[in-house]
Ligand binder design. Structure first.
Ligand code: NAD
Length: 501
């Protein structure tokens, strides 16, 4: 037996075998049990292959056989008796996990019992277990050997001393622990809901999902929402969505979307079935439309967070020499055409809180009105979303203007917010709600999102880049135009924006 101690792992599927690999790599003896004996054999084989790859790439300091030698299959639950830590990774069913913990609680009176559940309540799992004070959640991310984060989740009965030991244990495993409250989805699966949910709403409203993915990848996300759902498995993602929605007593913003339900019903579950939102192997995506850059002299209105970032890119001009009015104000003014500017110029308005259509009548002096969205920090080649009012089209000169600024123009059906702002604003709003409910402090929430999802930055960091007043104003505009609860600015965001934090 290893000096580090003995870890029992129940369930040798995707997560169980990853957790077993992590523990063995960290020097623990691992006892691996699965109700299906062939699953354990298959798991050892896959762990061996994964360790060999890690060794090849210089990520493993020992011989793969040495590490694999620390993982021993056991034929029944009784075989887990020597374990000081037992981590279960059986299917996501409350009754199944509860029965398992009740049994383990009797036979391993001193072991800490940890669940890798993604969405079930730890408090509910611990009920009826002998010694509920040593039950907690240890939530690993897929693939466990590569993802650095583990959420540590105490239930209401968990002893603080057990939480402290669990934090130290996670560090021994070479992972970064964050302690989260036992709320539906914990930190990461809760705050990440809009990444899928708002993408589905946009697609349901007619934005092609390829375009949603292109924009989000353009903003630095490794995968767009639809590509990510295809990778996770639509059934798995749908089940997690439903679970959070049900546990919050049907809070409307977590409502699952028919577009996803329909594909799950058809058995289009993503990469694993060869078809989800995309068909696999994927056809190469179309090349972006060519177009000449068209620098225009711009009269800039508004001071928000984008103004500074854009100042170095646009050719600013006084009103009588301008060819275009660029309006960066987020709230839509009643009379928005700026005073002192000759009538008849085209207007490009920042669409974070309104569609181009809704902006059109606010600029009676304008020749034409279009909407755009950009998400800070501005990087060369990032998507610039462009909208024309209902019945109109984005003209070639506007596409050329986006190119002249160094951005990749993306034409979208008219709607408020656009893809990038809407998804990021809702992620940030969700993070404010988690902060308000005390799930963790701000730094921990952002850290968890970066490590647990590979987002390029945490949602609260993004909120600071938008500017809290602009974020709030954008959300208010979305709420006014779309009329759904999901866009209502979180009360904590409103308060912090008000006092200038
Ligand atoms: P999986 O289906 O790949 O593996 C589950 C394994 O449990 C199977 O090998 C099955 O034979 C075994 N099993 C079933 N009943 C059992 C029992 N009574 N006793 C022992 N073994 C039993 O599932 P997974 O994707 O590894 O998910 C496991 C858990 O981890 C779930 O709670 C899930 O929500 C959570 N989780 C999954 C992911 C992910 O991305 N897959 C990420 C984080 C957490």
């Amino acid at each position: 037996m290893s000096e580090r101690g003995v870890v029992g792992v129940v369930g040798a599927g995707t997560m169980g075998r990853g957790i077993a690999q992590v523990a063995a790599t960290a020097g623990f003896s691992v006892l691996l049990y699965d109700a299906d004996a062939s699953a354990v054999a298959a798991a050892r084989e896959r762990i061996g292959a994964s360790l060999a790859r890690a060794r090849e790439r210089g990520r493993l300091g020992e011989e793969p056989e040495t590490v694999l030698g620390r993982i021993r299959p056991v034929a029944d639950l009784a075989g887990l008796e020597p374990a000081g830590w037992v981590i279960e990774a059986v299917p996501e069913e409350l009754e199944l996990k509860r029965r398992l913990f009740a049994r383990l609680g009797e036979q391993n009176p001193r072991a800490v019992l940890a669940s890798n559940t993604s969405t079930l309540s730890i408090t509910a799992l611990a009920r009826g277990v002998p010694g509920p004070e040593r039950v907690l959640g240890l939530h690993f991310f897929n693939p466990a050997p590569r993802m650095p984060l583990v959420e540590v989740i105490p239930g209401v009965e968990t002893e603080p001393e057990v939480v402290g030991r669990a934090v130290a244990f996670v560090r021994q495993l070479g992972k970064e622990p964050v302690v989260a409250k036992d709320r539906p989805g914990f930190i990461v699966n809760r705050i990440a809901r809009p990444y899928y949910g708002e993408a589905l709403v946009l697609a349901g409203d007619g934005v092609p999902f390829e375009t949603v993915d292109r924009v989000m990848r353009g903003l630095g996300f490794p995968l767009g929402p639809f590509e990510l759902m295809d990778l996770i498995g639509l059934d798995v993602n749908f089940a997690a969505t439903k679970s959070v929605w049900e546990q919050t007593f049907h809070l409307p913003r977590y409502r699952p979307h028919p577009l996803q339900a329909e594909r799950v019903a058809a058995g289009w579950l993503g990469q694993k079935t060869g078809r989800g939102f995309y068909t696999y192997p994927r056809a190469p995506s179309e090349a972006p439309e060519p177009g000449e850059p068209r620098p225009l002299r711009v009269y800039l209105v508004g001071e928000g967070s984008l103004a500074g970032a854009l100042a170095g890119r646009v050719r600013r001009a006084p009103p009588d020499e301008a060819e275009l009015v660029l309006d960066l104000r987020v709230p839509l003014e009643a009379k928005a055409y700026p005073e002192g500017v000759p009538e008849g110029l085209p207007v490009l308005t920042l669409a974070w809180g309104h569609s181009a259509s809704r902006a059109r009548p606010r600029y009676p002096g304008a020749r034409e009105v279009y909407g755009f969205s950009l998400v800070p920090p501005l990087a060369e080649g990032q998507p610039m979303e462009l909208f024309a009012p209902e019945g109109g089209e984005v003209p070639p000169w506007l596409v050329g203007f986006a190119r002249a600024l160094g951005f990749a123009p993306v034409m979208l059906p008219d709607q408020p917010g656009g893809v990038g702002f809407r998804i990021l604003a809702l992620l940030a709003n969700e993070a404010f709600s988690a902060l308000r409910e005390g799930l963790a402090d701000a730094a921990t929430l952002d850290r968890a999102m970066e490590l647990g999802t590979r987002y390029p930055r945490g949602p609260l960091a993004w909120a600071r880049l938008f500017g809290l007043p602009e974020l709030e104003a954008g959300l208010r505009g979305l709420y006014a135009e779309l009329g759904e609860e999901r866009y209502r600015p979180d009360p904590l965001l409103v308060r912090r924006a008000a006092v200038g934090l």
